[in-house]
Write a protein that binds this ligand. Sequence first.
Ligand code: ADP
Ligand code: MG
Length: 606
Amino acid sequence: MNHSAPEQIARWLQEQLFDAIPMGVAVVDRDHTIIHANRAFEEMFGVWQGRKCYAVRKGRSEVCNQCMDFETFQDGQPRRSEVLGQNREGRAARYMKHTLPIRDGDQNISYLLELYTDITETDKILKEYQLLFDEVPCNILLIDRDYRIVKTNARTRRMVGEIVGGYCFQGLKGFDHKCNECTARQTFEDGKMHTGHHIWRTRDGRTIHLHVITVPLRHFNDRFDMVMEMAVDVTQTLQLQDGLNFAHTFLETMVATAMDGILAVDQQGQVTIFNPAARRLFGLETGRRVSKQDLARMLPAEAMTLVEEKEHQVYLPDSTINTVEGRQVPVRLAGNQLRMDGKALGMAFSIQDLSELKQLHSEKLEAERMAAVGQTVAGLAHGVKNLITALEGGMYMLQTGLDKSNVGRVRKGMEMLERNIERISVFVQAFLGFAKGRQIKVQLNDPAEIAREVVSMYSAKAKANGVILRHERLGEIAPAPIEYESLHQCLTNLVANAIDACQMSEGGQTFYVTLRTFETDGVICYEVIDNGCGMDYEIKKKVFSTFFTTKGLGGTGLGLLMTKKIIQEHGGSIDYESEPGQGTTFRIRLPRARLPKIADGTETNA
Ligand code: ADP
Ligand code: MG
């Protein structure tokens, strides 16, 4: 049997449409019983035949509280609502539900047609997009052509509060007028993307800086009546930038105005920093480029290689650089590798000109030496006075002896005169030594050699007095600029005194005198150690003063005074420790840095 096309369609609609619709369709009666349902409905909710709709869609035992079916039965209005339910596996799902009344010939409604679309997925996706919109790590706002805020994301709400509906300039900046510079307006005008720097006021009163981008929010027909504004908080970045700018300016100023020469080279050895002080130091006129080769010629030969090898600072306290004209300048130099995250970037040097300092230093030493001479001469003058008093005493004794023809008195007066005349001769010798205002003349000498010679000179005398005399040299000592004869005299004095002290001791022990020579930290030291009589407080007060002796006629009381003068002339110092009855240690210190310079033309002794 053949059917015409309309017939066919009518048939299909009647027989198949119901099951073909890709939505769940069901017919319910006034008791909520499902009378009829299509295939899609069965796929959504499972078995329905003869069951209540609330049991099928929600697994309930009674009718839902908000069931809208009553109303449609009553007013005959179709309805649309979003409803929750569960699918055939019992999992929660969300549906869009359309309810249509089915009227009979009398317009009575005994059944409803219900159409269900599963929107669980759509809903999920919507929620995800909303979350994305709210929490994307920037502020997003939609602004209309009246500059009213249409929508903001949650991040923006947290920052500036609820501002939807108000003007953007008000909500974001607290202005009561439009901004002069407005990125949104620019976008409205030309439909293009614009960027700007905005300052917002937050709900808690802070000022924040934002980098803002506005783009048109286009509709499908390419028209737009809103812009989307995206703003990123750059307050911290700006603060960092400020800090960086400050550090940069600070460093630049420091380098430009530093008293020391500062220079840096990159990994290829090209000069990247060469400050004005460095130019002055090396004698380079401003503007002249400094090449790799220049630097190699001017810096101390070892400076670059040392810095290249070492990871920590290289410090050369006593070095020299060459100026452009080839003049040598004494300097103190510190060099460092420049590294960032372990990567080598080059080297930096800081160089201090020492010429002035060295000059001052030698002038000061000279002044100290002069002062030492002055002190000694003053001491000697005092001695002269004492000698004159002693001579006057002798003369008086002689005179009164002669007057009274008292031979005993005459002899005593003569003795006094003789003794003091002898002292005068010693004194005059010493005085000549002091008063000549002589220039000390040093030569390179082996410090230990002088000590060894003094000890060998005194070995016979020591032995005769039952004293064990030794020389000890601790470690190597390089030759030093020393006046051999003078230092010899000093050590002779100290060793002689030490042997005397052993003689003067009351104890019956074995006596030792040790002369020890060593160097520590650039200081040459001599120690003369004895276990002789030692000194009490009264003696200690006077040891270094003119003519003080505890040896009667056997002593002159000039030995230690002379010794001190010579040591001071060498830029050194002398001190001692002594315990009565225990012994004494005299210690001479000669810092190399303070030793006199060798005059040109003198040859070496060592
Ligand atoms: P002199 O040796 O002619 O007495 P010095 O100036 O050399 O003159 O010494 C002064 C005094 O210092 C000595 O007389 C002695 O009393 C004391 N003195 C010096 N060295 C020692 C020593 N090693 N032990 C004890 N006393 C000392
Ligand atoms: Mg002496």
